[in-house]
Design a protein around this ligand. Structure first.
Ligand code: HPA
Length: 274
């Protein structure tokens, strides 16, 4: 199925009805552990995904499933508390649907965060990583199907999906805050099973530093419609086969909780400079 331009504009019109002239500038899609930032937005207007025409619910643990508009670090934001994942049964187009709606509402930048497995053996679980680029092979694109030229071209350039100037800003901000920040390549895997040790060795050979099950569809869609993108990963666990222990969701959630303070400090400081 492909959404029509009219469906995107219907969702945007519904949300404008709640916003009373408020125009968000920055969209935030917050992964495991950082969703609480949606709770600290000033003058919040919260709308459940379930109430927005054409939106899908978010079913993953720790994902609330609502959009929160308001002010954070002095910026007008739209925070997605909870994202959709392909493994929940959604198409990539559905996963990225909200990004285009937020673009229509006025957002010109997107900050994405996620938790991911650490592939780079020089690094450690608990480290933070700025996403410089990604690898996504084989699977469908969120842009598959009829192109909607109102959003962008049929064959968009993908040389700089993660806006270089924002990467430099984030690296400089991390230095000032004295928060160690790695920079590397995120490789997308669809999940929901974690990767096999052989897949992780393959990922490493292909240039990946981290592996995860989110972010990439939203980033492709955001860049296609001209948004600037800044992406952060919490390396919540060493990827499969590196340590002699099984991966678990609990490990990921615990790591997200443990990193929450430094992670949110960094993300908020970067938001303030957008
Ligand atoms: N693999 C994929 N996704 C993840 C991981 C992982 O090891 N950790 C957190 N999300």
């Amino acid at each position: 199925m492909n959404y029509t331009y009219e469906q995107y504009t219907e969702s945007a019109a519904y949300l404008r009805g709640w916003l009373g002239g408020f125009v968000p500038q920055v969209a935030l899609i917050l992964g495991s552990g950082l969703g609480y930032l949606g709770d600290v937005v000033a003058d919040p207007i919260a709308v459940s995904y379930a109430d927005i025409p054409h939106f899908k619910a978010s079913t993953a643990p720790g994902h609330k499933g609502r959009l929160v508009f308001g002010t954070l670090e002095g910026k007008k934001v739209a925070v997605m508390q909870g994202r959709m994942h392909h493994y929940e049964g959604y198409s990539y187009e559905e996963v990225a649907y909200a990004v285009r709606v937020l673009r229509l509402l006025g957002c010109t930048s997107l900050i994405v965060t996620n938790a991911a497995g650490c592939v780079n053996t020089q690094w450690q679980a608990g480290d933070l990583m700025l996403i410089s680029d990604h690898v996504k092979f084989f699977l469908e694109s969120p842009l598959r199907g009829e192109n909607l030229p109102q959003f962008g071209p049929r064959f968009p350039d993908a040389s700089h999906l993660y806006t270089p100037a924002l990467q430099e800003m984030a690296a400089a901000t991390a230095r000032v805050l004295n928060i160690p920040l790695r920079r590397g390549v995120y490789m997308y895997f669809p999940g929901p099973q974690y990767e096999t040790p052989a897949e992780i060795r393959a990922a490493r050979t292909l240039g990946a530093d981290a592996v995860g099950m989110s972010t990439v569809p939203e980033v492709i869609t955001a860049a296609h419609c001209g948004m600037k993108v800044l992406g952060f990963t919490l390396l919540s666990n060493m990827a499969a086969g590196i340590l002699d222990q099984p991966l678990s969701e609990q490990e990921v959630l615990d790591a997200a909780e443990a990193a929450r303070e430094k992670f949110s400090k960094l993300v908020l400081a970067c938001l303030g400079q957008l």
